[in-house]
Write a protein that binds this ligand. Structure first.
Ligand code: GDP
Ligand code: ZN
Length: 351
């Protein structure tokens, strides 16, 4: 692979350096090399053309540094161990990878304003990555003990017994310590959650200094500052690394079957008792899920979100299928015309 890259020109012999994308800097990947040097990079045309491969936070990349060029060029992206994927909010049927190569996802919500529906969705996306998942309830000082206990219980029953739920507060260093213990040295943790939930504050507390500007991101507040600070992977002293993931306002499902299964273990275990193996739990005879709802054993709200997320996942799968078929038709169409030497010119083809 490296030989191919060199023969493509631009880079001098042996000029490829391996680094890691630690931040997206105004759309350009910022790559950090093992010696600590950071370099703003662009993508080699070969990567972007055709397959539209673009490096994301956490990617390990091979970079060439052409002489008399102020940016590096990403020539190759190493296969990812893990990806955080959502549906591209601007496209009908495209995935968008937000981060790569991490071991844990922390889902953050403020303890005083937990949105369980959003949490379900965040958990589906987090579980779908295959990483370890933790829920961190922030701003613990803003809720009293009884309220915190009630919220914790609700969140724990939602997240399932395998998922740890922690409450943190700026006022309580021990609570931050508990998060630090999760970040094993040599691992990377991705922090997700709405803007304003206290993610940068948490990172700053973990690192011990102000590495991220707190309250700098204002989304949809009409006027006011619209400084979008893009977040960087930072090392937590004595622990692993953490990155506060930018730009996760919309969390559309992409591949979600496994994530839904993991996020709804209660429904999944009931489903094993359904009469039909392919039961959709929508009124089929012998459906154990519907029976549990009727008996009050499975909350209807929980059942409703499960069904809504399944529908969304099925819908995105259908659209992908349609897009694939459309592309196939298009390819067949242009092949047909190329053979005949007529039809639309290549320049006129659009995606
Ligand atoms: P982010 O957008 O998720 O990174 O959120 P920030 O870290 O910027 O925090 C948003 C606001 O919540 C800021 O005004 C913080 O000072 C405040 N905040 C964060 N953590 C805590 C906390 O533990 N307690 C209280 N009372 N406020 C907090
Ligand atoms: Zn069923």
């Amino acid at each position: 692979m490296a030989e191919d890259l060199r023969s493509e020109g631009g880079a001098e012999e042996g000029a490829l350096r391996t680094g890691e994308v630690v931040k997206l800097d105004r759309g350009y990947p910022l790559v950090r090399f093992p010696d600590g040097e950071r370099l703003r990079c662009e993508h080699a045309t070969a990567l972007v053309k055709g397959h539209d491969q673009r490096a994301v936070i956490g990617d390990v990349v091979a970079v060439s540094v052409p002489a008399a060029h102020d940016k590096g060029v990403i020539e190759a992206i190493a296969p990812r161990t893990r990806e955080f994927v959502r549906k591209d909010p601007t496209e009908r049927a495209l995935p968008q990878v937000l981060a790569a190569n991490f071991e844990r996802v922390i889902v953050a919500q403020p303890v005083g304003e937990v949105n369980l529906r959003r949490l379900e969705r965040e958990l589906v996306l987090a579980f779908e990555t295959g990483a370890a998942v933790t829920v961190v309830l922030t701003k613990g000082d803003l809720a009293d003990e009884a309220a915190t206990a009630a919220v914790r219980e609700a969140v724990e029953s939602l997240a399932g017994p395998a998922t740890e739920v922690l409450v943190v507060s700026e006022a309580d260093p021990a609570s931050v310590e508990a998060v630090r213990r999760l970040l094993a040295p040599g691992t990377t943790t991705v922090l997700i959650g709405r803007s304003g939930v206290g993610k940068s504050s948490l990172v700053n507390m973990l690192v011990g200094t102000e590495v991220l500007e707190v309250g700098a991101v204002r989304e949809g507040d009409g006027k006011g500052r619209h400084t979008t600070v893009s977040r960087e992977i930072v090392a937590v002293p004595g622990a692993g690394r953490i990155v506060d993931m930018p730009g996760v306002r919309g969390l559309g499902l992409w591949d979600a079957e496994a994530g839904i299964e993991a996020a709804f273990p209660d429904v999944e275990s009931l489903a094993e008792e359904c009469r039909f193996r392919d039961c959709t739990h929508q009124g089929e005879p012998g459906c154990a899920v519907c029976a549990a709802v009727a008996a009050g054993a499975l909350p209807r709200t929980r059942y409703d979100s499960y069904q809504a997320l399944c529908r969304e996942a099925a819908d995105v799968r259908d659209r992908r299928e349609q897009a694939r078929r459309l592309n196939k038709d298009k390819a067949a169409y242009s092949k047909h015309y190329r053979k005949k030497g007529a039809g639309p010119s290549r320049g006129g083809r659009r995606r």
